[in-house]
Design a protein around this ligand. Structure first.
Ligand code: 26V
Length: 844
């Protein structure tokens, strides 16, 4: 329940949510961009640099240049300034300790606004381009997203890279330079269609190719043994196949350009593009087949984050980038320090999920085979250098690899894993002799589904620290997936709640709100988000609330335009914008939201003259191409939208839109325009969530379950400024044990039963009445995600939200308090905690 706003008089006095667009356009114009002092000579210098890049690096005249060319020229001119900043800050210095962040995904989005903002050159660039007759917004729009990730895990890696640079933590991010990022989603008659994404089609002006940093990555082959009469048996891997990993560096500039880090992405290349012997023998096709096989490794990002499918190419990607990264950091360490024994003192490696977990045996192999260290020393170094972050508890997403595949692709690694496991189980059976401890529960090999290597336990056992990504998630790690390993090493699991970079998600995405924050809290708020707390008293200031609401209104008008352009649906910007944007997954329960939409539609139809709160339900998100139920949920959203949006009886009381091709840049448009943030996963299933943080920071009120970081958001913004509903994680565990819980929930709710009937009987799919039977049947007979169980409470809280929207003073008060109290969710805070408690690196 939202609290009363003390200075509120009556609702007409407040920033009314139905102000005319002319009025809000004027209000929007009164926002000034915060402080950048623009020096005329800096503008001229940048202008001439951009012009020179256009002419000499791109080879175009200003007259012939397209927006994409101006973007490349601008990026190149700014990249020079990033290089200068790096040389000013770091030239020739060797940091005491570096962080290596290994991630198969970096969901970066566009880099131009980040670079300009952190260089302090937003207005300078705008002015320089204006002199050239070019609009900065058009240039920004011409940058393709670097979409090298699926969702939360990849975006987190990108936020962390930006924060580490801003905190001057010496760090290298390691990943894959995919030719094709996450697929482009379009809707064909409401069905998701996937098309390849082509961000590199016109090159990448931010990157530096480093062909001198090339490593050989082996696959397959066999292992031999030698002994030099010292009773020390050495093993040698002779791969059957080798692929080159070539480095491409993207500089990441931190806030105020005080520090620059690098994101090093590996491209796979064949070591011999043409096998000459075969070519000369007349086998022209066979001579280039090896090349295609090698280069396939960095061709495309796997688009599934919902189930580990165990494909060989995926394992090749994981080993390829892990091995290249370890070889690179080992070489750097040896060059700088000589002995590898000091590796843990000067390097902290963070494994982003189990995707790089093959680092455990690969680092062992490099230390033993390439550097002749004995097993015990190699193990000591490995387990003091590696750290592992877990991002999911869902059993189907936990990686395991068939032993047979590992033996074929990585025979030496499989031997090392066997030995690690043997030593580990020996130790445990000694400890457990008295008790009834079953060592198979902590084994690195799962013998129950064929023989498979369990990558989570491998990463756990090989790491110094293991962390979850929210308080609840870390506790659940201890009591569920890693219960037995946790009992053995109770200090190993710690919590590091996720965060988001405020430079992107507040400064860049929402300059109008940033200007308000600066005005109320001072310029220091840009450096130190904890100063956002100074906005708290402004929540009770009617004039400030009015301006805050005007800011939102302006952003909603912009989003309404985007919605009209991309979906053809006209929405009223004064309606409540209710937003659910994230990957489509059953546990995230877009279906709960859609069933509530149907129930609301039916309720409006029954009482059209009631004083309904006008709502626009906005959905966006991609489904894994092989995830049949998720794709059907997208189709359902579209079918409901068609019926609801075209029902004259409904009008503007309810609109439903599904925005195609969700991306980082689309999120930057939607988030500042959201009034309500849907975070409605089944409790215990969303490890953290980070969209929840972006939306709350921008002042959307959350409707959510007690799951992931929602719990901590509630603790920070206050229980009266968030709408919590549904079972908590304990309640879920208890409820799933009750027989027929779904049938009982449906029987107890006529509203739910009617909504399910409508979906199931073809009300929204008259062309194919049985289309949604698979969704409805699953709810009636299984309902693994407790959608039916949480429905009534969700309906209740949504009606509470309807009522709250009609009290604008309270609504905007709560929104401002959300912005004011979200500072803790800055990824700077997350990175400081990792630095201090995991990596043990100093932060200035
Ligand atoms: C899992 C898999 C499974 C195998 C196939 C390929 C693949 C690709 C990615 C993933 C990662 C899924 C885990 C994930 O993205 N977790 C999300 O991590 C966010 C950052 O910690 C967190 O906020 C979300 O709650 C969590 O779902």
């Amino acid at each position: 329940m939202l609290k009363e706003a003390p200075s509120a008089r009556d609702r007409n006095d407040e920033a009314d949510t139905s102000a005319s667009s002319a009025k809000t356009a004027k209000a929007a114009a009164t926002f000034v961009k915060p402080r950048e002092i623009v020096h005329a000579d800096a503008v001229v210098a940048l202008r001439e640099d951009i012009r020179a890049k256009l002419v000499y690096a791109i080879g175009k005249t200003p007259e012939a240049a397209r927006e994409r060319d101006w973007f490349a020229a601008t990026a190149l001119a700014l990249r020079d300034r990033i290089v200068d900043a790096r040389d000013r800050a770091q030239a020739g210095t060797v940091p005491d300790k570096r962080v290596y962040y290994l991630s198969l995904e970096f969901l970066i989005g566009r880099l131009l606004s980040d670079a300009m903002n952190n260089l302090g050159l937003v207005e300078t660039t705008r002015a320089a381009l204006r002199d050239l007759g070019i609009d900065l917004a058009d240039v920004e729009g011409a940058e393709p997203d670097a979409a090298l990730g699926n969702g939360g895990l990849g975006r987190l890696a990108a936020c962390f890279m930006e924060s580490m640079a801003s905190l001057s933590i010496p760090a290298v991010g390691y990943g894959i330079r995919y030719d094709h990022g996450i697929f482009r989603q379009s809707l064909e008659n409401g069905w998701q269609r996937e098309a390849p994404e082509t961000w590199l089609a016109e090159g990448n002006p931010w990157e530096f190719a480093r062909p001198e940093a090339t490593y050989t990555i082996g696959f397959g082959g066999h292992v031999t043994m030698t002994s030099q009469g010292d009773h020390h048996i050495r093993r040698h891997w002779h791969p059957a196949e080798t692929v080159n990993a070539v480095a491409y560096d993207v500089p990441i500039v931190g806030w105020k350009a005080k520090h620059v880090n690098v994101l090093r992405l590996w491209k796979a290349e064949a070591d011999a593009p043409v096998e000459l012997a075969r070519f000369n023998a007349g086998d022209h096709v066979g001579a280039v087949a090896g090349r295609a096989r090698a280069e396939a490794i960095s061709r495309v990002l796997y688009p599934s984050d919902s189930s580990a499918e165990g494909q060989e190419l995926r394992l090749r990607q994981e080993f390829f980038f892990t091995s290249a990264s370890l070889q690179d950091l080992v070489r750097r360490h040896v060059a700088e320090r000589g002995s590898l024994r000091s590796l843990p003192d000067h390097a902290a490696i963070q494994l982003n999920d189990t995707h790089p977990a093959i680092a455990v045996p690969e680092l062992m192999r490099i230390l033993m085979e390439d550097h002749d260290l004995p097993w015990e020393d190699a193990w000591q170094i490995t387990t003091h250098t590696l750290h592992y972050t877990n991002h999911t508890l869902l059993p189907e997403a936990l990686e395991t690899w068939p032993v047979e595949l590992m033996e074929r692709l990585l025979p030496r690694h499989m031997q090392i894993i066997y030995l690690i496991n043997w030593l580990h189980l020996e130790e445990q059976s000694k400890n457990a002799r008295s008790g009834a401890f079953d060592v198979s529960t902590v084994s690195l090999i799962d013998e129950t589904h064929g023989r498979r290597v369990r990558m989570g336990p491998l990463a756990f056992h090989g790491s110094r620290r293991v962390n979850g990504v929210s308080a609840l998630h870390s506790e659940l790690l201890k009591s569920t997936v890693f219960k037995d390993l946790h009992a053995i090493e109770p200090e190993k699991i710690i919590n590091k709640t996720n965060g988001i970079t405020f430079r992107r998600w507040l400064h860049n995405a929402n300059p109008e709100l940033t200007a308000l924050a600066v005005e109320a809290a001072g310029e220091g708020v840009l450096d130190d988000p904890t100063l956002l707390e100074r906005l708290v008293p402004f929540a009770d200031d009617a004039d400030f609330r009015k301006r805050y609401a005007a800011m939102r209104k302006a952003r909603k008008e912009r989003l309404a335009q985007v919605i009209a352009e991309r979906t053809g649906v006209t929405v009223d910007p004064s309606a409540l914008f209710d937003v659910q944007i994230k990957r489509i997954h059953e546990y995230k329960r877009q279906l709960l939201n859609l069933i509530e939409t149907v129930a609301l539609y039916q309720a409006i139809k029954q009482a059209p003259h009631k004083d309904w709160t006008p709502r626009v339900k906005i959905f966006a998100g991609k489904a894994a191409p092989s995830y049949v139920q998720a794709k059907l949920i997208i189709k359902l959203a579209g079918d409901i939208a068609n019926v609801v949006n075209n029902d004259p009886e409904i009008g503007d009381r309810l609109k439903v839109v599904f925005l195609p091709n969700y991306s980082v840049s689309l999120a930057e448009v939607i988030i500042p325009a959201a009034d309500l943030s849907e975070q409605i996963s089944t409790a215990g299933m969303e490890a953290s969530g980070t969209g929840n943080m972006k939306l709350a920071l921008n002042g959307a009120l959350t409707v959510g379950t007690l799951d992931g970081a929602n719990i901590e958001i509630k603790d920070h913004v206050g229980a009266e400024n968030i709408f919590i509903f549904g079972l908590d994680a304990e309640g879920v565990l208890a409820r799933v044990k009750e027989p027929d819980y779904a049938a009982k929930a449906i029987a107890a709710s006529a509203r739910l039963a009617a909504a399910l009937d409508a979906i199931g009987n073809g009300t929204f799919s008259p062309d194919d009445p049985g289309r949604f039977a698979p969704l409805v049947d699953e709810l009636r007979h299984g309902d693994r995600y407790l959608t039916t169980v949480d429905f009534e409470d969700y309906w209740r809280v949504q009606r509470e939200i309807d009522a709250a929207w009609k009290r604008p003073a309270q609504w905007w008060r709560a929104a401002i308090l959300n912005t004011a109290r979200m500072a803790w969710f800055s990824s700077d805070r997350s990175m400081r905690e990792y630095a201090e408690e995991i990596w043990r690196v100093k932060v200035a």
